[in-house]
Design a protein around this ligand. Structure first.
Ligand code: SF4
Length: 282
């Protein structure tokens, strides 16, 4: 689990002990962690207007200044668990705006982090695929930043495309992909190159987990996204010698350990097919 998510969970538990707490949106995109928070009595609300507790927590994904102002105007106490590396991305966007660039974010338009990054802007674009770049309008100055959990290769490819599409524009890029994401992506590539089968553990709606699945799929034909050990199917390991195991930044160690134990259990049952489990994280 990356430090940003780990610290946000610790902060939520600490504040839940002190009094009723509502989290604005999903603290992490992992159903197991969310159930544990719910068991502690922590409420989750997707909209500030529906909050019933006096204290509201902003997640590691951060939020916009406008949302913060709206929250405070409602008389709520705000606890910010915004990851410092998401703050770096906010700062990058503010710099681009200050210097007169039209902001383009590489990321998922509806992702809470991207909504936070763009929430204070009146004009901006969000791109995720080549077609999104083709739909962009010309601007003399284009400033690009990325959602912190995007794959670096994808960001580079889209930036190249933007530069080719607008050769006369001044295109400035600020690299805002966070280090834990970069390290995980490169470890996943190494693992996927060696493994016959790769399992990526993480929530279905976790962006960085899905990016890991796509990255691994470029180097290994048999990649499976699992949320827990219950999703692991014995038939995936037929004739496999090496099984690769990696996980998204919001996946707790206990879940990864359970998946590894399940793989080894399958190994025993089907006659030692996967001979080694290569881990990409720890
Ligand atoms: S994935 Fe990166 S930006 Fe997001 S919480 Fe973790 S360290 Fe922070």
């Amino acid at each position: 689990m990356c430090f940003g998510v780990r610290d946000a969970i610790a902060l939520a538990l600490e504040h839940a002990d002190a009094g009723p707490l509502t989290i604005l949106g999903d603290l992490v995109h992992n159903p197991t962690v969310l159930s544990a928070l719910e068991a502690k009595g922590i409420a989750v609300s997707q909209d500030v207007a529906h909050v019933k507790t006096a204290t509201l927590m902003v997640t590691a994904h951060g939020t916009s200044g406008r949302t913060l102002a709206r929250t405070r105007a409602l008389g709520l106490t705000v606890v910010e668990a915004t990851c410092p590396l998401v703050r770096v991305a906010h700062h990058a966007v503010a710099l681009l705006v200050r210097d007169g660039y039209h902001v383009v974010i590489v990321g998922q338009r509806d992702h809470v982090e991207v909504r936070g990054l763009t929430g204070d802007l009146d004009r901006f674009d969000v791109v995720l695929e080549d077609d999104d770049v083709l739909a962009l309008e010309w601007h003399p100055r284009i400033g690009v930043a990325a959602q912190t959990t995007q794959a670096v290769q994808k960001v580079r490819r889209l930036v190249d495309l933007i530069r080719r599409r607008f050769p006369r524009s001044d295109v400035r890029v600020i690299d805002t992909v966070c280090r834990p994401t970069k390290e995980r992506q490169s470890a996943a590539v190494e693992i996927a190159r060696q493994a016959d089968v790769v399992l990526v553990v993480g929530g279905r709606s976790s962006n960085n987990t899905r990016e890991l699945v796509q990255t691994c799929a470029r180097y290994c034909a048999r990649v499976h996204h699992v949320e827990t050990d219950a999703d692991v199917c014995p038939e995936w390991f037929a004739a496999a010698q090496i099984v690769g195991l990696t996980a998204g930044t919001s996946t707790p160690d206990e879940i990864i350990d359970c998946v590894e134990a399940r793989i080894r259990q399958v190994d025993d049952k089907i006659g030692a097919m996967p001979r080694s489990v290569a881990e990409g994280l720890r």
